[in-house]
Design a protein around this ligand. Structure first.
Ligand code: GLA
Length: 387
């Protein structure tokens, strides 16, 4: 990947002199879905796949971008002056958003850049290609211009840019997982105060498998923002009867006791998911620490049911993948992962059942949905780096 992106840089921008190459990973979330904007816990890990950039400073204010993933778009030009989101700017709105967010924090770029990107996260798979691009941009800006920010700042700057420049009200999970990833570990993050702990995730006798449905429904961003505001309304209603900062502050019992303050059935289900999913995540990490993989798997399955029925962010294709996975002997747990409405599932599968899992789930998906699913054995990698 490094060689390819460097070679392309030379082809597009004339030479590779003075070019630096950087990487930032994508992520997969094991459990704790749609809890990160509710002050709850999440448990993601960084992947070894992600986004690569070859970058060189310019002597003027120009920005020139080229992506090997969108070659047809060619070189997209803009300037570091007057950064604003523009439809014609396509994917470059992500790095530009990060530059804009840095400027808001008082870090002004002294010059423009030539940038070539190359990513190996499958498009639209829900494995956070946009967060990896945001963290990557923050990382190379820090390296090239000496901006004094931590990796946690990089995650927050990425989230801020996505919320305020790109109009997606995402939580902090994806950017945090990319910026703070650690090889062979998942990150147990409390989004209420950003305290976190690494938990080793090399499973004895089992593999983590990501299955890509190869579908992405268009409503993903719009419905995401709707879920978020439903949760915010439910929180306000609950705050009239109990002193909490987020849905993640509630135990299941407290929620059941006070839920009648929420004046709408749909909102009760959304809030219920946020509360129960947070508690499931805490339990799941405890189970993992005790090597109780069976319990971890059961909690993953319960997470899926809740996301499907109460939070309603699954879709038929993903439900087929999960249902078929549950039928295969040796599957410890399986659920949708990420924002929803397509993308991927994550499953824990015993070593000797992996081939059977791929064959059976793949064949059933083809038969019931008419599409091919792709399977990847997860390798958990580190956060961003200069390579
Ligand atoms: C998307 C968002 C995250 C998180 C997940 C759902 O990936 O970017 O912040 O909310 O959905 O858990």
């Amino acid at each position: 990947m490094k060689e390819a992106v460097l070679k392309k840089f030379g082809e597009i921008f004339g030479s590779t002199e003075g070019v630096s190459v950087y990487f930032a990973p994508g992520r997969v979330n094991m459990i704790g879905e749609h809890t990160d904007y509710n002050g709850g816990h999440v448990f993601p890990c960084a992947l070894t796949i992600g986004t690569y950039a070859a970058v060189r400073k310019r002597e003027d204010d120009k920005l020139r971008f080229y992506s090997m993933n969108f070659e047809k778009l060619g070189v997209i030009e803009s300037s570091i002056v007057g950064l604003k989101p523009e439809k014609e700017a396509e994917w470059t709105n992500y790095p530009k958003g990060v530059m804009w967010a840095f400027e808001k924090r008082g870090f002004k770029m002294p010059c423009g850049l030539d940038i070539v990107l190359n990513g190996n996260i499958p498009n639209g798979s829900g494995l956070s290609s946009s967060a990896s691009l945001e963290v990557l941009t923050g990382y190379f800006l820090r390296d090239l211009f000496g901006f004094d920010v931590t990796n946690i700042d990089l995650a927050q700057i990425g989230q801020y840019s996505e919320n305020n420049f790109n109009g997606m009200n995402c939580g902090i999970m994806d950017q945090f997982a990319s910026a703070m990833g650690k090889k062979d570990n998942a990150i147990f993050l409390d989004t209420a105060d950003l305290s976190y702990e690494y938990a080793p995730l090399v499973l004895a006798g089992a593999k983590i498998i990501v299955t890509n449905s190869n579908v992405k429904h268009e409503l993903v961003n719009s419905e995401y923002n709707v879920r978020r505001s439903e949760c915010e309304t439910a929180l306000k209603e609950l705050q009239t009867v109990i002193d909490i900062n987020g849905l993640g502050d509630l135990s299941e019992e407290e929620f059941e006791q006070h839920k009648s303050a929420i004046k709408d059935d749909v909102r009760i289900r959304r809030a219920k998911h946020a509360v129960y999913e947070n508690q499931r995540t805490i339990l799941a990490v405890e189970a993992l620490k005790k090597n109780d993989l069976e319990l971890f798997g059961k909690l993953m399955n319960a997470s899926h049911v809740s996301l499907r029925d109460d939070y309603q962010v699954s879709c038929d294709e993903i439900d087929v993948l999960v249902e078929e996975a549950w039928k295969v002997p040796g599957v410890i747990g399986s659920r949708i992962t990420g924002g929803g409405f397509g993308g991927c599932t994550v499953s824990i599968v015993k070593d000797d059942a992996v081939e059977d899992f791929k064959a059976k789930v793949g064949a059933a998906y083809k038969e019931r949905v008419g599409k091919n699913a792709d399977f990847y054995v997860v390798e958990i990698g580190d956060g961003p780096s200069k390579i």
